[in-house]
Design a protein around this ligand. Sequence first.
Ligand code: AMP
Length: 188
Amino acid sequence: MLNIVLFGPPGAGKGTVAKKVAQQENLVHLSTGDMLREEIERGSALGKEAGQLIAQGHLVPDEVVIAMVREFVKRAMPCNGFIFDGFPRTTEQAKELDAIMATQGTAITMMIALEVSEDEIIRRMLNRAAIEGRPDDTISVIRKRIATYHEKIKTTGDYYKLQNKYYTVDSSFTPENTLQQILLIVKR
Ligand code: AMP
């Protein structure tokens, strides 16, 4: 199986590119952000709790997202592999993902980290806010989400660096360019 963790700051284009990689490589796409937004729309208890945290640019508790991912992976098996988009975001989540993969007799192949400047992130997210109207795409929440990324999430990359599974891609250009760079790494 090919199991990719796609990583990067908010606004790096993870969602768009993850869907394209999933199509090209016949992988199951799993986005914890999308799953949480579905819960919010459904108005579930989980959605209500998560909605408040997301609107403030905070992370949702590890145990909540880990339980969602565990269930999703179990239901998606058997398959060719997964592309995890926006998960794991903490070392605890990374460790649990390894355990989840191990119970399915597989492992994470690599993490691919998208890199993009902060000015470009803000420009893209304000643009997305104008188009999609996501409540967490306001300038103050965007800044908080970037700060959360630097404070908590970025260290998750170290978990994969230590295992020699960490690759970076410059995602300052077009989504197509980012996709091609990722496919080169995957094919290698
Ligand atoms: P995303 O669509 O991946 O940018 O996620 C939107 C928001 O959902 C994030 O800012 C977090 O509040 C929450 N979220 C998504 N994935 C996770 C995760 N793996 N761990 C904690 N919170 C998450």
